[in-house]
Design a protein around this ligand. Structure first.
Ligand code: OAD
Length: 250
């Protein structure tokens, strides 16, 4: 039996024995849909210094530049679809039931919900949503093309993307939901993340402390690999459907 086959058997076994499962996903799960990841040679942050487009100070300095960056990403979302990795997680949620499953994503592309996942915690916001920099306006404007300096329809102040930028806090309700799911899970699946951005990456350490089994699905080893009990190397769009099919076969 190959090392990967052995790891797959162990992963299926741990999943079958789990009462509760949490999954944390990063940009890698959407890579096969055509959404660029952040790090690596073709990564978004390679051509675009983070501090120029993804910080509150960048937005204060040049909101038009920041909006052009996010509007390009919003436009790109209209051309992508969920892939078999997203769909496998929908099936896993349906088999386990919502009380036993939580999907925690760092992604802002909304593809998990579009695929059909229901219990989704979005740690870093969502590209489709915008909010006002002055009043409490918050809305899904994903279907629209926005100006490079879009105005609030209520108070005319500048809108901003509903995205968590560097140096900003995560939405407290989403963070609490993520932490409590990881506290309670017996298995944490860590899919397509380089696991270098905190606090999201810290969830893997929480799972470790709680003695949950950690199963990593990634093209390569990452800084989280040392914490993982099982590593499944390859594309999540291929590995997750295999894992879920094996789990389903009972
Ligand atoms: P990264 O770009 O840092 O990492 C993507 C990971 O996905 C890498 O470990 C790749 O090896 C892996 N990967 C790529 N293609 C894959 C595939 N087909 N199957 C499986 N794995 C694959 O993205 P994130 O870890 O999501 O935050 O980055 C975390 C945060 O950093 C993002 O949410 C974003 C960014 O700055 C904010 O914007 C706040």
């Amino acid at each position: 039996m190959s090392a990967n086959e052995e790891a797959m058997n162990q992963a299926v076994d741990r999943l079958r024995r789990a009462e509760r499962v949490a999954v944390t996903t990063g940009a890698g799960i959407s890579a096969e849909s055509g959404v660029p990841t952040f790090r690596g040679p073709q990564g978004l942050w390679e051509g675009q210094p983070v501090e120029k487009v993804a910080t509150p100070s960048a937005f204060r300095k040049d909101p038009g530049l920041v909006w052009r960056f996010y509007n390009a990403r919003r436009a790109q979302l209209k051309q992508v679809e969920p892939n078999p990795g997203h769909l496998a997680l929908v099936e896993l949620e349906r088999m386990l039931g919502k009380d036993r499953f939580t999907l925690i994503t760092q992604n802002v592309d909304g593809l998990h919900r579009r695929a059909g996942s229901e219990r989704v915690v979005e740690l870093h916001g969502n590209l489709a949503w915008v909010r006002c920099t002055s009043c409490s306006y918050l809305a899904d404007r994903g279907g629209e093309t926005l100006d490079d300096l879009p105005q609030c329809p209520r108070c005319t102040h500048l809108l901003r993307p509903h995205i968590v930028w560097f140096h900003e806090m995560l939405p407290p309700d989403q963070w609490m939901a993520a932490e409590s799911a990881v506290h309670e899970c017996n298995v944490l699946l860590v899919v397509g993340t380089s696991a270098v951005v905190y606090p999201a990456a810290g969830l893997i350490e929480v799972a470790r402390q709680r003695r949950a089994a950690i199963i990593e699905v990634n093209l390569t080893s990452t800084v989280a690999s040392d914490l993982a009990d099982i590593a499944l190397h390859g594309k999540s769009g291929e590995i997750l459907p295999r894992l879920v099919a094996r789990y389903k076969a009972g």
